[in-house]
Write a protein that binds this ligand. Structure first.
Ligand code: NAD
Ligand code: TYD
Length: 354
């Protein structure tokens, strides 16, 4: 059963992937309407969306996914047929220091959206053609040994961090709302995204920013942990395919076929920075090994065979093109990440949304 999204509610739209998704979507489908909802937590940045303020299909709403009255009102008044749920607490290190916010936002927040969607689409209005798409992570599957096959959709859930456990829990609740109430749900579990607008607490933007400031480049543990890296718009392409043609109650893994150890990726970024922004000495001299993350997953890898075979998914970027674009974006948008680093991006948010 294919679906044609016309009126979308996108949660977490001012965050890294959400903002890229909204740009991607309105560029590709300019005649549709997007309600971009975000609570503007520390990770949400209204500036990520201001370029769209004059787009007739775009509207920003400052609000919380836990506010079910607001969500129900938006679903009803905006005649939403497609909910794309990105909003989350997303940083593993923060989940280690403060798991509460992760359980609240990722579990209760997802449930609040599901309840509102059930109420409006199923109980009140009988909207048959609707989709609730939940964006999740490969971290729900736990960690792989070097020789293990990549994660497929049938892998057991074995989350290791409070972040991963909260996402795993939300995935189960989404599934239950299909099986129990008949909500049209889909889920995607993807690997590590990279690209423009990523908050500089995550590895790739942090390393670029530290290179530019001549600060040390922290490598956790031995730096041999492996991640699969996915360019953010390739992730968005995958979600686009699922929204249109994904099978209800199905999970799709989205990956970049692109496994790197952390130390290799940091070394590569150092080489790109030497090329684009020579600093006298090679940037790799800034590398500094630091204490490992507790419970640090050793390896993630994705088998994207299902979305490839069923929906014709293929990443458009190679890592070579994606990482170059990304480094260039951070070089071209220094005021953007500097405002985050020095906290000034919040001043406008606080003034505007007081
Ligand atoms: P992010 O931290 O950059 O953005 C999250 C956004 O959600 C922020 O704008 C924040 O303000 C908003 N938000 C948080 N709590 C909210 C609430 N209660 N109500 C409304 N908005 C709220 O995260 P991201 O990297 O863009 O990740 C988006 C989604 O993708 C998350 O669900 C994450 O678990 C998933 N994911 C991310 C990656 C990755 O590599 N970044 C990989 C796999 C899955
Ligand atoms: P991160 O970007 O936080 O994503 P995730 O934990 O969701 O994979 O980290 C990517 C990898 O880089 C992870 O193995 C932890 C490591 N890392 C460092 O070595 N140093 C750092 O300063 C950061 C932020 C991450």
């Amino acid at each position: 059963m294919s679906h044609n999204p016309h009126h979308l509610l996108v949660t977490g739209a001012a965050g890294f992937i959400g903002a890229n998704f909204v740009h991607y979507w309105l560029d590709r489908y300019p005649m549709t309407r997007v309600i971009a909802l975000d609570a503007l937590t520390y990770a949400g940045n209204r500036a990520n969306l201001t370029a769209l303020d004059d787009h007739p299909g775009f509207q920003f709403v400052h609000g919380d996914i836990l506010d079910s009255d607001l969500i129900e009102r938006l679903l009803r008044e905006e005649r939403i047929d497609t909910l794309v749920h990105f909003a989350a607490e997303s940083h593993v290190d923060r989940s280690i220091h403060g798991p509460d916010a992760f359980l609240k936002t990722n579990i209760e927040g997802t449930h609040s959206l599901l309840k509102a969607a059930k109420k409006v689409w199923l109980d009140d209005q009988g909207v048959e053609d609707h989709r609730f798409h939940h964006v999740s992570t490969d971290e729900v599957y736990g960690t792989l040994a070097a020789a293990d096959p990549p994660f497929s959709e049938s892998n057991q859930y074995l989350p290791n961090s409070p972040y991963a456990a909260s996402k795993a829990s939300s995935d189960h609740i989404v599934r239950s709302y299909h099986h129990t109430y008949g909500l049209n749900t889909t889920i995607s579990n993807c690997s590590n995204n990279y690209g423009p607008y990523q908050f500089p607490e995550k590895l790739i933007p942090l390393i670029i920013a530290h290179c530019l400031d001549g600060k040390s480049l922290p490598i956790y543990g031995d730096g041999k942990q492996i991640r699969d890296w996915l360019y953010v718009d390739d992730h968005n392409r995958g979600i686009d395919l699922i929204l249109h043609n994904g099978r209800i109650d199905n999970t799709y893994n989205i990956g970049g076929n692109n496994e790197w150890t952390n130390i290799d990726i940091v070394t590569l970024i150092c080489e790109l920075m030497d090329e684009h922004h020579p600093a006298g000495a090679p940037h790799r001299q800034l590398i500094s090994y630091v204490r490992d993350r507790p419970g640090h997953d050793r390896r993630y890898a994705i088998n994207a065979g299902k979305i490839t075979n069923e929906l014709g998914y293929a990443p458009a970027e190679t890592f070579e093109t994606g990482i170059r674009k990304t480094v260039q974006w951070y070089l071209d948008n220094e005021p953007w990440w500097r405002a985050i680093m020095d906290g000034s991006y919040r001043e406008w948010i606080e003034k505007n949304y007081a």
